[in-house]
Design a protein around this ligand. Structure first.
Ligand SMILES: Nc1ncnc2c1ncn2[C@@H]1O[C@H](COP(=O)(O)OP(=O)(O)OP(=O)(O)O)[C@@H](O)[C@H]1O
Length: 857
């Protein structure tokens, strides 16, 4: 351990360091004087000043390398460097006034609230107004190429200018400088079409005028030697990105909310009098309400060009921009929901109620992007019900959840007559038959012609399905959404990899924000011009995009944000499409149902019929299960478990996942103990999307899959204890999230009886304190089918068969030996199960593993 330095030693070291810095400064200065052509701004601006002339007040300069890209070459900074004196300033170096005391890089002004992790409010802002809108302003060093950027580059209301024109402009700009722009971002910015026509070099120029100049080849916007900068929304402030300009600094300093942040720019001021300085972000930032004032003042500086914020932003934040006092932004008002069914309103969790308030404050146009399982459905139904006078309502959903939506409407809106709900099942159905019309994305594109007169209220579930503007579903939906009065988009994953995916959803909610994708791409997708065209796959100004979305488009809460309001497990019954049961399977199911209810059948015969019914149910559900899994994957569900019971179902699922090259593991009765653990670990550690395909009877115990928080039951099983154990593979120690459980239930199958049976059993166990009691509460209605006398008979048989002691075994054995004399539906999923075409006979085992059920691992 070394001894601490004495005061004298420290002083000596500091003095030596200052000398070294001074020598370095001189050297650099000399070097830069030898290369004057490299910088139009004057190379000496880049240098630390001579410390011998500094006095005790520190200013540190850290400049971009004049020949670097627009992002600049970040030279190492020295917080103990000093500002230049006045004579140096005249040479291009500049000096902080004497009120600037010694630099303190680690200083962070007290009581500053960093909003969205970006900029702090001002030192002179009154305390206690954390929600006020502030703007950040970034002051950059002059970039030699920046002075070539003679065109202002606002974004809103952009009309995409032809590339040829852009090219001409670039050529003009480049040739006038004697060197071509090398920075791709700079190139992109130069190529940006002018929108508002506002030129911050001292005049406001109509865009037509700008174009004329361009045609004439002499850009009028251009002020030789001027600096060009731009405004960027960041945090609750806006930033100004621009090179150094003394007059501009004076303007900045005249605004009470300014702060300078040297991390991204060049100067590091001493901070006693520079309270708002944020050493981390190195940005000048201002209050939103100072924006107009700043822009106005900057217009009077001929040597400064400053791109304004895009018009979209000034519109979105109009209220804050026009504010004259530093009053906090008003809270979202509580909506009057007296017109909505009280059952629904009283069921809303507090955060869901806040979501509805937000939606109504946004006049019914929003992207509700809550995490999966947070109850977007109930919120969407409530919002839509608030605008019930404007119905008929259109609900566009992935086809696998059409009937789940129908159930949800029945559950939450008792005032809605179920006959008024129209689920569109085929291309021949009418889209406008109901008061509530539920249609899949794919059918919507087929029924496009029926969309007139347009719906005024539209819900789009899993709205990221519209992310690709070129798809038929998107082309069908966009015109509809543009004219709808209320647009409620729902998605837990609005963008999965890049901001470009958000464009159509933003356009749907706010058609005026970015009518042209190019403007959006330039601003937020880091658009780069490539030899083959524009590349919009990147990202840029994400902080600003986030704020814009939060202000005017999107509401997103993560599970972690509202965990205290959520149950540990959220169960959902998903009614899968009965339309997918082919005629042959339907006939087999009906025959089995008939057997069960025929009077002259023995008990054993009835039981066999029941088993057959159960097995046929598995066969019938395969396409729906697979469709649901694929929809989940398309929706961005990264990791989840799928439980099934019959081997044929497990086979079909794994086969499809293989075909789609989705990473997955499978554990069934044939999996050895050693492999089970390995596979489990493989799934747990897998970084990307992965599906665990598991047998209900073979994998319901002893395994931990806590890296997932979603469990799908493709099939039901009569023993709720087994189901709950299976659920707990995910809901266990190590699980930090609320767990979602989806039970896929097919109408007209054994599920009609198994589902109520399971709930009945759980209720009984719950009442005896042996199980949770809220199983039924958190799932949709159990009476989703009306029991006629025949159905009641079957239900009774199910109840009896599955409740008598020892019957489990008997049922399983019977099923084990069952040979339907049918095809392996898993093998023929695409050709036969979906289309009903004839297939070859093949024996198959319905139960994946008998041994593991009788002696689970
Ligand atoms: N306030 C509530 N009261 C009772 N049940 C609720 C409530 N909110 C949500 N649920 C139930 O929680 C489950 C999940 O809700 P929902 O399917 O709407 O979530 P989601 O956000 O749409 O999820 P995903 O993104 O996975 O589709 C459903 O079974 C739903 O009925």
């Amino acid at each position: 351990m070394s001894l601490p330095l004495t005061e004298e030693q420290r002083k000596k070291i500091e003095a030596n360091r200052q000398k070294a810095l001074a020598r370095r400064a001189e050297k650099l200065l000399a070097e830069q004087h030898q290369k004057p052509a490299q910088s139009k701004q004057g190379p000496s601006q880049n240098l630390p000043r001579d410390p011998s002339k500094s006095g005790s007040h520190g200013i540190f300069f850290k400049q971009q390398n004049p020949s670097s890209s627009s992002h600049g070459d970040q030279r190492p900074q020295n917080p103990h460097s000093f500002p230049p004196n006045t004579s140096e300033q005249a040479k291009g170096m500049w000096q902080r006034p004497e009120e600037m005391p010694t630099a303190c890089p680690s200083y962070r002004p007290p009581n500053q609230v960093t909003v969205a992790g970006i900029s702090p409010p001002l030192a002179n802002s009154p305390p206690g107004v954390p929600s006020q809108q502030l703007w950040g302003c970034e002051l950059g060093q002059g970039h030699p190429q920046a002075s070539l950027e003679t065109q202002s580059t606002p974004f809103a209301n952009t009309t995409h200018e032809p590339l040829a024109k852009v090219k001409n402009f670039q050529e003009t700009a480049a040739s006038s400088s004697g060197q071509p722009p090398r920075d791709p971002e700079l190139e992109a910015r130069m190529a940006r079409p002018s929108t508002s026509g506002q030129n911050i070099s001292g005049s406001v120029m109509p865009r037509t005028e700008g174009r004329l100049q361009q045609k004439a080849g002499t850009p009028l916007h251009r002020v030789v030697g001027s600096q060009q900068g731009r405004c960027i929304r960041n945090g609750e402030r806006f930033q100004v990105k621009i090179g150094y300009n003394e007059a501009l600094i004076a303007v900045f300093k005249s605004l009470p909310s300014r702060s300078y942040d040297p991390a991204t720019k060049t100067w590091n001021f001493s901070m006693t009098d520079y309270g708002p300085l944020n050493v981390k972000t190195r940005k000048w930032s201002f209050l939103l309400e100072e924006y107009s004032k700043l822009m106005e003042r900057v217009r009077g500086l001929p040597q400064v060009q400053l791109d304004p914020l895009p018009k979209t932003l000034t519109l979105a934040f109009a209220a804050q921009l026009q504010k004259t006092s530093l009053s906090p932004v008003a809270d979202i008002p509580e909506a009057d929901l007296s017109r909505v069914d009280s059952k629904l309103v009283s069921s809303l969790l507090p955060f869901q109620r806040a979501g509805v308030n937000f939606a109504i404050a946004q006049r019914g146009r929003l992207l509700l992007a809550d995490d999966m399982g947070l109850g977007k459905t109930i919120q969407a139904i409530c919002i839509a019900a608030y605008y019930r006078k404007e119905w008929p309502l259109l609900v566009v959903v992935p086809s696998s959840v059409r009937f789940t939506w129908e159930q949800a409407f029945c559950r939450w809106l008792p005032s809605l007559n179920p006959v008024d709900i129209n689920v569109v099942v085929t291309g021949k159905d009418r889209l406008t038959d109901g008061l509530v019309n539920i249609v899949s994305f794919d059918l919507l594109s087929k029924l496009e012609k029926q969309l007139k007169p347009p719906f005024k209220v539209v819900i789009i579930d899993e709205s990221h399905f519209l992310k690709n503007i070129k798809t038929a579903r998107c082309r069908a939906a966009m015109p509809l959404l543009k004219v709808a009065k209320r647009v409620i988009l729902l998605s837990g994953t609005p963008a999965m990899s890049r901001p470009a995916e958000l464009y159509t959803q933003i356009l749907a909610v706010r058609p005026t924000f970015f009518p042209q994708f190019h403007a959006f791409g330039l601003r937020y997708c880091g658009a780069k011009r490539q030899p083959w065209g524009w590349d919009y796959s990147g990202s840029s100004n994400l902080g600003e995009l986030k704020l814009l979305l939060e202000e005017a488009v999107m509401l997103r809460r993560l599970k972690g944000d509202v965990l205290s309001q959520l149950p540990a497990k959220q169960r959902k019954m998903v009614v899968v499409a009965p339309g997918q049961i082919n005629a042959r399977t339907r006939a087999a199911l009906d025959a089995a149902a008939k057997e069960m209810t025929t009077k002259d059948k023995t008990k054993q015969q009835q039981k066999e019929a029941l088993i057959l019914f159960f097995n046929r149910t598995a066969e019938a559900k395969i396409p729906s299960i697979i469709e649901y899994i694929l929809d989940l994957l398309e929706s961005g569900r990264e990791k989840f478990l799928v439980f099934a019971h019959h081997k044929v179902v497990l086979d079909a699922i794994t086969k499809e996942l293989e075909r789609k090259r989705v990473q997955h593991i499978r554990i069934d009765g044939s999996t050895s103990s050693a492999d089970r653990e390995d596979l489990c670990q493989q799934f747990q550690l897998s970084p990307g999307p992965a599906v665990a395909v598991l047998s209900i009877t073979a994998a319901n115990m002893g395994l931990t899959f806590s890296s997932a928080d979603l469990v799908v039951f493709g099939e039901l099983f009569w023993n709720p204890g087994v189901l709950m154990q299976a659920e707990d593979r995910v809901h266990r120690i190590g699980q930090l999230s609320s767990v979602s459980i989806h039970y896929l239930v097919a109408r007209g199958t054994a599920d009609d009886y198994l589902w109520p049976l399971i709930q009945e059993k759980i209720k009984v166990l719950g009442e005896a304190g042996l199980s949770e009691t809220n199983f039924s509460e958190m799932t949709e209605a159990t009476d989703y089918f009306s029991k006629d006398s025949k159905q009641q008979k079957i239900y009774n048989l199910f109840q009896k068969s599955f409740e008598e002691d020892g019957n489990d075994m008997e049922l399983l054995e019977a099923a084990e030996s069952f040979d339907p004399g049918s095809q392996d539906t898993g093998d023929k999923l695409d050709e036969s199960t979906l289309t009903g075409s004839p297939v070859k006979k093949k024996r198959f085992e319905f139960f994946d593993n008998w041994d593991s059920f009788t002696s689970p691992l």
